[in-house]
Design a protein around this ligand. Sequence first.
Ligand code: SF4
Length: 469
Amino acid sequence: MADRPEKIRCDACPVLCFIAEGRTGACDRYANHGGDLVRLDPLTVIENGGPAVPFMGADWDGDIVQGHRPFVTAIGAGTTYPDYKPAPFIVSAETRGVDMVTVVTEGIFSYCGVKVKIDTDRHIGEERAIVRANGEAIGHVMTSEYGSKMLSLGGVDHLTGGSKKEGRVTCDALLSLCNCEPVELTIDDGAVVIVQAGKAPVIDGARENLMRVGCGSAAIGMFAAQWKGHADEVIVVDDHITGVLSEHQAGVLLDIPPSGIRVVGRRSTPGRYFQVAEPGTGWGGTDIEDPLKVIKSINPKVAWPGLRLFMVSTTGEQWAYFELDTDLVPQVAEPSAELRASAERVAENCEPSVCSVVFMGGAGGSLRAGVTENPVKLTRSVRETLTQVTIGGADAYLWPGGGITVMADVTQMPSNAFGYVPTPALVAPIEFTMRREDYAALGGFIDEIRDVDDILNGQERRVGAKAAE
Ligand code: SF4
């Protein structure tokens, strides 16, 4: 009987899989091919980008990815593990006379997560509410931003600080989100939201269309002049600030007389009202379906029969027109063409609603030790902006303060940029690019530098730079 081929051990992460001939390891990234450990995904190279923009009299703008040369990303490069090994690829390339070095590695990030921005006014859950995937807690709702709801997902507590299932589900969700795939998220006492980077959110089964033009007060300011002469009062219903034209500074300056219509809620400043309703999925992110519910009173000493009242939401998707009858009760009426057009104008000024997914992670020991024998020097070099950090070729925002904590937009990376290991942790590409002399100064592995032409063998995956598309 022939001897069965020996399993080989992968040491690219702490799991240390023993992989039989023809099989893959637990992460499906490495395989045993004829006794050799191979990385299954091809090394990904970003091709020359768009035309270089002249910069300070030079013909290269300093953009390392758009520098008219192939940029070797860390996608498919493999991982530096254990820490003492140099990064899988340390690549040199001359760019317009500047000898640059790019150190690429697929980093294993235990400390990582995503920040998700969902362009909607609809109420998806209270701040701090737990966000779940497949029933497991994977994050929470953060403070809202202008026109958007925000989620913070992942992080070390969910990846490794909870149950084994919580860690696995969190890792799965992060991986899908970072690779621009849809993920269904359920928010405690809130909505079910399908999030996909670069696509409109689906909230409780309804696809969101528009991001609001502004708050109700801003909308009054923007469109007051267009409403003058066509309505006696305009109320822009908004969960944040509901605007009332005749009271608002814009209406006062346009000489729009008081209407005697008061709205519910807490008056902040003239014509600007907070808390006119509960948050919800109705008009302007409130729970209102009947806009007349925001009217508290109509003063008979001020209002008059025939008063024209136009009500609109902050996306222009909902609107209604009323005229007061002889008892000063609003009755649905036919609006003028100008008022109809104004609702369309509000909608026209809204941007499409999309989900944004930003990867956030901290470069730890393995990563930095793969770049230099003296890891703190890399941190300092990054801080001094001598070294640029990219994630799969996408520009990374470096957080101030200690360490190398970065954020990058996943839609700016080539497809399938992220992987995982079952520890569990996300595997993210990270590249450090600097001048050769700066790499030498930080104690880099100079002997490991290879020319880009020696690395590219036609087996790599070549993609265009997204920023140039
Ligand atoms: S999980 Fe993947 S990277 Fe880790 S040891 Fe197994 S095959 Fe290698």
